[in-house]
Ligand binder design. Structure first.
Ligand code: GLY
Ligand code: MN
Length: 483
């Protein structure tokens, strides 16, 4: 293996590539992403990505191979780089499956898993041009030494090596989200597809990713904690600056100042009637005095995302109409949290919430009856979803699946009343959602977003009694899981 590796490496024109040492990597190899040697502030010895050790990555691959049928081959390509314009890329976000299996946060690679050989990574070759413009990237060496692949080859060998791997497998799985012509155009792949043995891998990766390990839970907790602190600061900020764009900027700043790499999704910052648009993302209006603002936000910390929503009046006082509706959503939120335990499913919690909301909205006088149709117009969403490396994590797993300890879900009841809905005028154009993240435990649940107030009296007290100018502005940068 070492000889083959050396031979392959000789062909890569490293010697022609000017080595550009980054500030932080002067005396250590640069593999295009943080390592314990280059970024000891993020990673402990033995970790491939912050908080996740090489043993854990190896275990993930072993477990995935165990649940795949015998003689399977799994192909997972890295996410493509999306371009903003000719040579200017959007910020890169690794595909969750590729990251979960390899720990590689960079584009250009194709990972292949097989029962015979373990992990084989085909890695992009460094061109002098790329190094000049983007710096070093992970190649064959990094695949073997950093990501602990059993085999690695430069990408230009894929068309020679992968066809034999495909031919000696009886089932072929690939990540359809990131599928590439590089391997799909191979004759061997086409033949496998024509006889119907090519399937989507996500059913298996989602199965593996559903129950979080203690290390993953550490990152989930930290990601939730960052989002809570950031939204708290943003709530305080809203009293002085009730503008959707400023609140969006503020929450992103506060998340990143605490160590988040990016937002989990474009923040939803809806003032007044904009709050009744479920995934509103224009964020370009002022919030009128007396109106509510709904903020649905989340950030990503070393591959793990958070997702929470609060709704509040930046002026500091809920109106009686807001209170009436808010109380119903809050009560639904709390009762649904109490249903979270092993054995219950998201669907059961959803059905409970829909029943309660239909009855409540009829009592208030917003719905004429408690039939499903009217309610669906006011809330077509599900009570929640699985959460993890993606916001709508493990999306192939049914909401009928009984929950197990180690699964993280959201609980997010809401009501979105469009202007013009046939109900008393005072309720029109109101959007309220209260979303928490919940970890299912052996005995019930733990709310990961519990540090952010949601009771009316607590929110009002915060907005009116807590000098926003004196807001806790020390950015508590989170490294990794504290546990
Ligand atoms: N918070 C985004 C979503 O759940 O769709
Ligand atoms: Mn959500």
């Amino acid at each position: 293996m070492q000889i083959l590796r050396r031979k392959l490496l000789q062909r890569i024109p490293f010697n022609r590539v000017a080595r550009r040492c980054l500030y932080s990597t002067k005396n250590v190899p640069d593999v295009g992403q943080p390592t314990p040697a280059s970024h000891p502030q993020f990673l402990k010895e033995g970790e491939i990505t912050p908080g996740i050790t090489s043993e854990e990555y190896i275990l993930r691959r072993k477990r995935l191979l165990e649940i795949l049928p015998d003689k399977s081959l799994a192909i997972v390509a890295a996410a493509p780089v999306k371009m903003m314009t000719d040579v200017v890329p959007y910020t890169y976000r690794p595909d969750a499956d590729y990251l979960y299996i390899t720990g590689c946060q960079q584009p250009g690679g194709v990972a292949v898993l097989g029962h015979e050989f373990g992990l084989c990574m085909f890695m992009p070759e460094t061109s002098p041009h790329d190094v000049i413009w983007q710096g070093q990237i992970a190649g064959v060496d990094a695949a073997l030494d950093t990501f602990k692949a059993e085999q690695s080859y430069p990408m230009n060998k894929l068309h020679k090596i992968l066809p034999d791997m495909i031919r000696s497998s009886s089932k072929l799985f690939h990540n359809k989200q990131t599928a590439l012509p590089t391997y799909m155009d191979l004759e061997a792949f086409q033949k496998a597809a024509s006889i119907g043995i090519v399937k989507d891998l996500s059913v298996y990766t989602h199965e593996a990713r559903l129950i979080k390990s203690p290390a993953e839970l550490g990152l989930m907790r930290d990601s939730a904690s960052i989002a809570c602190q950031a939204l708290l600061q943003t709530m305080l900020h809203s009293k002085t600056f009730p503008c959707e764009a400023r609140l969006s900027a503020k929450v992103e700043y506060e998340c990143k100042m605490r160590g988040a790499q990016r937002m989990a999704f474009n923040p939803v910052v809806g003032g007044g009637p904009n709050g009744s648009v479920i995934h509103y993302s224009r964020n370009d209006q002022k919030v009128k005095a007396g109106d509510l603002v709904l903020m649905d936000i989340g950030c990503e910390l070393h591959g793990y995302v958070s997702d929470l929503t609060r709704t509040w009046p930046p002026c500091g006082r809920f109106s009686p109409v807001h209170e009436e509706l808010y109380d119903l959503i809050l009560e639904t939120n709390k009762e649904c949290l109490d249903l979270c335990k092993p054995g219950t499913s998201i669907r059961q919690i959803h059905n409970y919430s829909a029943d309660k909301m239909r009855k409540g909205l009829k009592e208030i006088g917003i719905l004429k009856d408690d039939r499903h149709h009217g309610y669906n117009q006011l809330n077509p969403t599900n009570i929640g979803h699985y959460l993890g490396m993606d916001v709508h994590d493990c999306s192939t797993i049914s909401y009928d699946r009984p929950l197990k300890p180690g699964v993280v879900i959201t609980i997010e009841p809401g009501v979105y009343i469009p202007v013009g809905f046939s109900c008393p005028d005072r309720y029109q154009g109101i959007g309220i959602r209260i979303e928490d993240e919940v970890l299912i435990t052996e005995s019930g649940y733990e709310v990961l977003t519990g540090s952010l107030p949601k009771e009316i009296k607590h929110i009002e007290s915060l907005l009116n009694n807590y000098g926003h100018a004196m807001g806790i502005d020390t950015h508590n940068v989170v490294r990794v899981a504290s546990s």
